[in-house]
Design a protein around this ligand. Structure first.
Ligand SMILES: Nc1nc2c(c(=O)[nH]1)N[C@H]1C(S)=C(S)[C@@H](COP(=O)(O)OP(=O)(O)OC[C@H]3O[C@@H](n4cnc5c(=O)[nH]c(N)nc54)[C@H](O)[C@@H]3O)O[C@H]1N2
Ligand SMILES: Nc1nc2c(c(=O)[nH]1)N[C@H]1C(S)=C(S)[C@@H](COP(=O)(O)OP(=O)(O)OC[C@H]3O[C@@H](n4cnc5c(=O)[nH]c(N)nc54)[C@H](O)[C@@H]3O)O[C@H]1N2
Ligand code: SF4
Ligand SMILES: [Mo]
Length: 725
């Protein structure tokens, strides 16, 4: 029997006239898909495809990856350096030499008048690793400011901090291949099918081969929750209470792996005492998951042959993000699920090269997971770079979330933003606006000239984008992979590493040091510095990476391939080789809904957009799916307020207001609204962003708002003006 049309038209794929294919790891999320960009006879990028024999994606790509070739012709790119004396004057184009001379002069003047740390640098997770390393060399070795951080503080800081506290070092221990071996997967605050579609596809493939339970913990009924065997709609910000309760059940019922615990861990003295406060009945009242379900999940997890946990921003972006990560690690340690096939705590990272910045940017220390606090590390890097070791600070400086308040107090007078857009991505936009407006000198180095932050800049430096330069990224599973130059940058835009090297020449110290021209030479320096360390990449070269379609670290010289997992021998990076079972008391300290602000405000992402839309907002094939801001609101809650589907509404928090369109959906509970954070002047006007005490990461996902009705015609007019892109 024929279903549908009697005569089917054959599917035809348009001939794009591709003459050559170039290799590049995708520039959006941290999955690390290997892509090929097709160039036509005139050398124009016209098509993208997944690389069939790539270990990560096996020929697949998601919607963002599939349109990577369109990014090269997107509007708004910067083509010339722009300068102005005050942020109210019009910009004038200047030469690169003028721009960099001005920049060096202004930095030196600020440092001379107010101290070295009065000039701050905030970078990103989206440069090539070689560029991160070069920026670190410039900032730590030449400019010498300790006010240096990356936007990874908004993203990965809690994972880094949790790994360091539990295991003694950063570094996600697992691999995607673990899906093929696991008997239970527990996911916290991650919407994998939308945010890491190809990691999700790997998971789905594994489940087709072998059934194993997938349990998703998320206050929303996300796409991932809809695909799960069990969904736990947790009360926002209370994962730590749930995690402690799971550990409580495991120990209470004797489900732990005693041999593993004895051999490989050291337990905090009050570990049991804290867990005693989290018996399932008590924890249920905090986290909103009933005691029987908690017991069921703990048993399922602990009795599985191999069990793994993954998590993303639902854990990291929380006032107890670092503790949440450590509690996830506790669960894995108690059950002996670290470094074994199918078992391990795998933090799903965010930006394409969030890992590269963690490893090599020197933001939180020195390159290759070295620490400023360690005299031997300081001496080693000082010798290698040709710097006086005393030039380095002896401890890490302020994070991004502490740099901005320091601008408000006047302690920091100048700022250099590299590939990050805090006017849209930081909490409490009004505060960010005030801080940026008060700077004596702001440099924005971005691929696009039309990002919101440029409005506040004195100097704009046009940078080459992904695919306009060659170097490496590291993905979620520690796989280093190559991005090749596909096309020339527009106009006078230059690769970030060239900008860093050229700026370094403006200091006597910089002229004495080595700033290689080619990123392959920079990669060689990193290889040398990695030898014998946890993140050993000495066995990698750009050529080997291309041939293997990416290699995981550690990959020492002579190794056939990289190691799929860390800590397989149960030896951890703490000095005594043991992992820590940490006592983690739960303190419910969020701004919570009340009579005036009765809704939780949750925020996150959509599959078709990336971050502040500087790229995806310009690409019709992506932007058309979500061209304007909206919020998810439960139909019952909307009815009670007299709000219809697609009505404009005003959201009000203690920080500010935003007008968005309402989408009525049971995806969110009655006391919550959810807004994708991609849109400018939207959710972050409302957010509070309380900080995690260990990682300084903001709790983007928890604060309180009220919803008000607005005049529909007026709101539609405002919306049309705001989005006239
Ligand atoms: N399409 C797309 N993909 C991306 C990105 C993008 O912008 N667009 N960005 C990349 C980056 S940088 C990152 S960091 C990742 C982020 O990837 P994810 O973290 O998966 O994405 P989010 O939507 O920010 O948040 C995930 C979920 O956390 C839930 N959540 C909120 N509060 C809580 C809580 O208290 N507990 C729990 N358990 N869950 C909670 C939210 O409801 C949401 O569904 O995505 C990466 N991939
Ligand atoms: N409310 C709320 N806020 C959030 C989040 C949330 O879930 N909710 N998530 C947070 C997270 S996890 C993250 S990672 C941040 C992301 O926040 P941002 O980093 O501020 O967001 P992006 O839009 O990715 O900004 C990157 C900028 O770099 C530019 N760029 C891209 N490639 C290059 C390059 O090669 N060189 C240069 N020089 N520029 C380049 C882009 O044009 C863009 O302007 O947002 C955070 N903010
Ligand atoms: S899953 Fe991530 S890395 Fe893969 S194609 Fe999509 S955006 Fe790119
Ligand atoms: Mo992120």
């Amino acid at each position: 029997m024929l279903f549908g049309r009697a005569k089917r038209n054959p599917i035809t794929i348009a001939d794009k006239g591709v003459k050559t294919w170039k290799y590049a790891t995708c520039g959006y999320c941290s999955t690390g898909c290997a892509l090929e960009i097709g160039l036509d006879a005139a050398g124009r990028p016209v098509s993208t495809r997944g690389v069939a024999d790539a270990p990560v994606n096996r020929g697949k790509a998601c919607i963002k990856g599939l349109f990577e070739h369109e990014v090269f012709t997107s509007s708004g790119r910067g083509t010339r350096p722009l300068s102005r004396a005050s942020r109210h004057a019009p910009f004038a184009p200047v030469s690169w030499d003028e721009a960099l001379d001005t920049m060096a002069e202004r930095i030196k003047a600020i440092q001379a008048a107010h101290g070295r740390d009065a000039f701050a640098v905030v970078s990103t997770g989206q440069l090539l690793t070689e560029e991160f390393y070069t920026l670190g060399k410039l900032v730590r070795g030449v400019i010498g400011t300790n006010a240096y951080d990356g936007n990874t503080t908004l993203c990965m800081a809690s994972a880094v901090s949790g790994y360091k506290r539990s295991f003694g070092s950063d570094g996600p221990p697992g691999a995607y291949a673990d899906f093929d071996h696991t008997d239970c997967l527990l996911a916290f605050g991650s919407n994998l099918p939308e945010q890491h579609p190809i990691i999700y596809w790997r998971l789905a493939e594994a489940r087709e081969q072998r059934r194993f339970p997938v349990i998703v913990v998320d206050p929303r009924v996300t796409m991932f929750a809809q695909m799960a065997d069990l969904h736990l709609p947790i009360r926002p910000g209370t994962d730590l209470a749930l995690l402690n309760a799971l550990a409580h059940v495991i120990l209470d019922e004797g489900l732990e792996d005693r041999d593993y615990i004895d051999a490989h861990t050291r337990m905090d003295n009050d570990f049991h005492k804290v867990l005693d406060e989290h018996a399932p009945d008590k924890a249920a009242r905090v986290c909103g998951i009933d005691a029987d379900t908690i017991r069921h999940v703990a048993r399922t997890y602990a009795k599985a042959g191999a069990a793994m946990t993954i998590w993303t921003m639902g854990i990291n972006q929380s006032t107890h993000g670092s503790d949440g990560v450590a509690a996830i690690n506790n669960l894995n340690l108690l059950t002996g699920n670290v470094g074994k096939p199918g078992g391990g705590p795998l933090s799903i990272t965010g930006q394409c090269n969030a890992m590269g910045t963690r490893e090599w940017s020197s933001c939180s220390g020195l390159p290759g997971y070295r620490q400023l606090e360690d005299a031997a590390d300081r001496t080693e890097i000082a010798r290698f770079w040709g710097v006086d070791a005393d030039f380095f600070p002896q401890s890490r400086g302020p994070t991004q979330t502490d740099i901005f308040p320091a601008i408000e107090t006047g302690a920091i007078r100048g700022l250099w933003l590299v590939a990050t857009n805090p006017m849209t991505s930081m909490a409490n936009t009004e505060r960010v606006r005030r801080a940026l407006s008060s700077l004596d000198f702001l440099v924005v180095q971005d691929a696009y000239a039309d990002v919101e932050t440029v409005d506040f800049a004195h100097l704009y430096l046009p940078a080459a984008l992904w695919g306009e330069k060659t170097g490496v990224f590291t993905n979620t599973e520690r796989r280093v992979n190559l991005v090749e130059k596909i096309t020339e940058p527009p106009g006078e835009a230059r690769p970030d590493h060239e900008i860093f090297s050229a700026l370094a020449q403006r200091w006597e110290q910089g002229r004495k040091m080595r700033f290689p021209k080619e990123t392959a030479e920079v990669f060689d320096e990193m290889r040398t510095l990695s030898r014998g360390r946890l993140l050993d990449i000495s066995g990698m070269t750009h050529e080997r990476l291309r041939a293997a379609r990416g290699l995981q670290w550690p990959c020492p010289e002579g190794a056939e391939r990289g190691a799929p997992r860390l800590y397989a021998d149960g030896h951890f990076a703490h000095e005594d080789g043991k992992a820590r079972l940490l006592a983690l008391p739960f303190d419910d300290n969020n701004e919570r809904p009340d009579a005036d602000y009765p809704f939780w405000l949750n925020s996150g992402r959509l599959v078709e957009h990336f971050h502040t839309r500087t790229k995806t907002g310009k690409l019709g094939n992506l932007n058309k799916f979500s061209p304007q801001p909206f919020m998810e609101i439960n139909p019952d809650a909307a009815r009670a307020l007299g709000i219809g589907n697609m009505d404009y509404v005003r959201l009000v928090s203690r920080r500010g207001e935003a007008v968005v369109m309402a989408q009525l959906t049971a995806r969110v509970p009655q006391d919550m609204v959810f807004i994708p954070f991609h849109f400018h002047d939207c959710v972050n006007r409302l957010t509070l962003g309380l900080l995690d005490p260990h990682s300084r990461q903001p709790a983007f996902k928890q604060c309180a708002v009220r919803v008000e009705r607005v005049d529909q015609a007026e709101a539609a007019r405002m919306e049309a003006n705001a989005r006239a892109f």
